[in-house]
Design a protein around this ligand. Structure first.
Ligand SMILES: C[S@@+](CC[C@H](N)C(=O)[O-])C[C@H]1O[C@@H](n2cnc3c(N)ncnc32)[C@H](O)[C@@H]1O
Length: 273
């Protein structure tokens, strides 16, 4: 059996324990203020369009959106491509908000399931697409290979994968960046490390792109929108929360500009037979 590739970064055991708190209803709605409705990451329709253009769509494709968050992509994939989407998320607050919004908007073709991708009850060979945006970084190094083996088994022959995720640059990282990664509870791979995980898990046609410039454009836009919409933000959240978000974005922008923090788009396939 193929062994799990080694991670590029040591684990911190408290990371998964904080996921539930990090993605509470309060924090999800607060982050949505900076990212945009339905999102906990870059939300632009142009970003969504560039990502979906990488896959082949036919009506009725079954999509598993891993770490669906507030469901922005899940709703868009159902509406735009007639896909049947299962949005999986470990945070019950996230899936609760999504279900409410699906009911309010009378959206069909989308369901939201609360569960951890490592253990959730999901049927083998039942999806055409695994879609996952900015979620893999929460998986400890030892879980990454196992999860991708599992996701491989959930896909049908010919199945497609699209991942966006945060990675680390290939160069030696600064102490400030390592501290930021630890505080965030992230487990970041390099681009090569990510490719290695997917290939070890038997995916083929793996393509990996560095899209840090696109991330920088998104983050600069998000920060400037937050500053413009400060009064609306302060109607729901505190001044301290506002300052913390601004500080966090300024840090992330600097780390990305220095190429310590890298944003990746990866596609892969399961062979057709
Ligand atoms: C940064 S958010 C991204 C959400 C969404 N994909 C987006 O782009 O807006 C990461 C999401 O992954 C979820 N998550 C983290 N670890 C997970 C796991 N092991 N299984 C399922 N979901 C997980 C979190 O609850 C959170 O909603």
């Amino acid at each position: 059996m193929t062994s799990a590739p080694r991670s590029d970064v040591p684990d911190t055991t408290d990371a998964q324990e904080t996921i539930g708190q990090r993605f509470s209803r309060h924090s999800a709605l607060r982050s949505e203020k900076i990212y945009g409705r339905g999102y906990q990451g870059p939300s632009g329709f142009d970003v969504f369009s560039r990502l979906t253009a990488k896959l082949d769509w036919t009506p009725g494709l079954r999509v598993l959106d891993v770490g669906a968050g507030l469901g922005g992509d899940a709703f868009r994939m159902a509406e735009r491509f007639g896909a049947t989407v299962t949005g999986l998320d470990v945070s019950p607050d996230m899936t609760g908000i999504c279900r409410q919004r699906a009911a309010d908007g009378e959206v069909t073709g989308v369901e939201f399931v609360t569960g951890d991708v490592r253990t959730a009850d999901l049927r083998e060979a039942s999806y055409d697409v695994v879609w996952t945006r900015d979620c893999g970084m929460y998986l400890p190094a030892d879980d990454k290979y196992r999860v991708w083996k599992r996701l491989h088994s959930l896909l049908r022959p010919g199945g497609q994968v699209l991942i966006t995720d945060y990675c680390r640059g290939a160069q030696e990282a600064s102490a400030a960046f390592e501290q930021h990664v630890r505080e965030c509870g992230h487990h970041l791979l390099t681009l090569d490390g990510y490719r290695e995980v997917l290939e070890s898990a038997a995916f083929t046609a793996v393509t990996v792109e560095d899209r840090t410039e696109e991330l920088l454009t998104s983050m600069r836009g998000e920060l400037s929108r937050l500053e413009t919409e400060r009064p609306a933000f302060l109607a729901e959240f505190t001044e301290d929360e506002y300052r913390a978000l601004v500080d966090r974005w300024q840090k992330k922008i600097q780390f990305s500009a220095d190429h310590e923090l890298v944003w990746m788009v990866l596609t892969a396939r399961v062979p057709a037979s």
